[in-house]
Design a protein around this ligand. Structure first.
Ligand code: TYM
Length: 333
């Protein structure tokens, strides 16, 4: 059985892309792997977070894992800062990774924009901490959305360089990304060429997991489309980003292949398709949103899940960090 680790940042506005690209798959993989699902609060503070909100957002993500069906008693749900071994290994990886590798990360380039002088040092080092999240458990598989692929390639590069530098060929595993489903890259509802994102200023660009049925309906009604009828073929759809995105979302929510969905709605009006999509989205997301709301009213329970998860995570991480320290040449306390 392989071991999975994946993480989600508690930066608010958890959305449909996070769900279809990652969180839904967390639950689907849990019978075939030993799983660790982490709320990465230390990654979140690479950009400013209000402390009181950070705590609430951390519970929101944990609630989403549970509401999506991850079993917190069988699998490990925890937050990153409760397991100090992540940051300890990240320091070593800061010394393994090269400036040049980090400079090529597209997520850094997008987030930093032109104002390189004023972004945090943590934002630059972000992918080394992510590699530590994964490798502190020697995880073999990482379920993520498409946008994390480059970070996972860097994780492999770090593992390979560490293994070579310290002449320990199989010390860290070469991690495999698990990117699957009909919606591995969900786009904005306002612009089919832009990724759906937590930080988009327009709330109409995304469906939040905590949106109620009315909000979901309104956002789908307002979603951008083109003036033509629905695409006839997959090739046609792929040339029309807004239509393609909505078809992908439908396919993922319905657990169908996208070409089957294209065939079902070929040549119809968007209004008809949007009615069907709304019904489907409300049916699939409504119960998850409601369960999240219920759990967020019970922070004691959620905190208990996180504390218990962190204890079990540390039991795996601590001996691996010990081995790393010995390998690097650090003296034992
Ligand atoms: P984050 O918090 O931005 O996103 C969480 C997960 O959601 C996926 N995702 C999407 N999938 C499809 N369409 C979208 N529009 C979309 N937006 C986000 C992401 O790919 C991710 O799987 N760096 C990570 C967090 C992280 C991590 C890790 C992940 C930290 N350590 C270790 C895996 C393993 C991030 O910022 O995800």
């Amino acid at each position: 059985k392989g071991r999975i680790l994946s993480g989600v940042q508690p930066t608010g506005n958890l959305h449909l892309g996070n769900y279809l690209g990652a969180i839904r798959n967390f639950a689907r993989l849990q019978n075939d792997y030993e799983c660790l699902y982490c709320v990465v609060d230390q990654h979140a503070i690479t950009v400013w977070q209000e402390p009181a909100q950070l705590a609430a957002q951390t519970r929101e993500i944990a609630s989403a894992f549970l509401a999506a069906g991850v079993d917190g008693t069988k699998q490990i749900i925890f937050n990153q800062s409760m397991v100090p071994e992540h940051a300890q290994l990240a320091w070593i990886f800061n010394c393994v990774a090269r400036m040049g590798w980090m400079s090529r990360m597209t997520q850094f380039k997008e987030k930093a924009g032109k104002d390189r002088e004023n972004v945090s040092l943590g934002l630059f080092a972000y992918p080394a901490l992510m590699a530590a999240d994964i490798l502190i458990y020697k995880a073999t598989h990482v379920p993520v959305g498409e946008d994390q692929k480059q970070h996972l390639e860097l994780t492999r590069d770090i593992a390979i360089k560490f293994n070579n530098d310290f002449a320990q060929p199989d010390f860290f595993p070469i991690t495999e990304p698990l990117i699957f489903g009909a919606a591995t890259r969900v786009m904005s509802l306002r612009d089919g060429t832009k990724k759906m994102s937590k930080s988009d200023p327009s709330d109409y660009s995304r469906i939040n997991l905590t949106d109620d049925a009315d909000a979901i309906a309104q956002k789908i009604r307002r979603a951008k489309t083109d003036p033509l009828p629905m695409p006839d073929t997959l090739e046609d759809a792929e040339k029309r980003p807004d239509a393609d995105n909505l078809l992908g979302i439908y396919a993922a929510l319905a657990d169908q292949e996208k070409d089957a969905v294209v065939a079902q709605f070929a040549g119809k009006q968007f209004s008809e398709f949007k009615t069907a999509l709304t019904e489907l989205a409300v049916a699939k997301l409504g119960p998850i949103g409601a369960e999240m709301q219920r759990l967020m009213k019970d922070p004691g329970h959620v905190d208990g899940v996180l504390r218990n998860g962190a204890q079990r995570a540390r039991a795996i991480a601590a001996p691996i960090l010990d081995e790393v320290y010995r390998t690097v040449g650090f003296l034992k306390p």
